[in-house]
Design a protein around this ligand. Sequence first.
Ligand code: FES
Length: 195
Amino acid sequence: MKLSRRDLVWIVPSGLAAAFFGWFGWRAVKIQFLKTAVPKEIRWKKGERVKIAEVSEFDEPWSFAYREYPIHGGKLPIVVLRLPQAVPGGLETDGKYFAAWSRICTHQGCKLDYVRNVEAGAILYNYRSDHPFLGCKCHFGAFDPLESGKAVFGPPRFPLPRILLQEEGGVLYAAGYETPLRPIESYRPLKTFGS
Ligand code: FES
């Protein structure tokens, strides 16, 4: 069949539109559903041992603390949570469960916030959860502490790198981090990340 110029006038834009919507649909599926699982085998990179807090300062499940961990000559913002249950990569001490993560979003490196109020989280992030989560204001990504930091909503695909916790004499310490430390590598040589 021979195509006339008049045919091309609608075939070309239609083809481009179909390609665009196909790409857009695939991207939407990838963003919402194809999240990378949290690694079962954790590759820790041990580092300086830094005091986080007294265990007793975390008086109830879902209490938290923001801290910094020395890395690459700079400071990595981290969040430490007391959880209601054990999670892989976390720490159990005296019947209490803890876990900690980098606060740098694995999407494009913004600093995460701990969203304790789930009703406010549902409004602010358009993500409904029955428990607190870690949220990113840049593109409204969410990470689930009870899934060990898995990306569960929005653009981020990769889970948050975990922080190695230790306990001694009633004190919590951070002593390393999970590798790969996404997305920090591409942010070197900044001294402070996620600011
Ligand atoms: S940088 Fe966090 S969702 Fe995009």
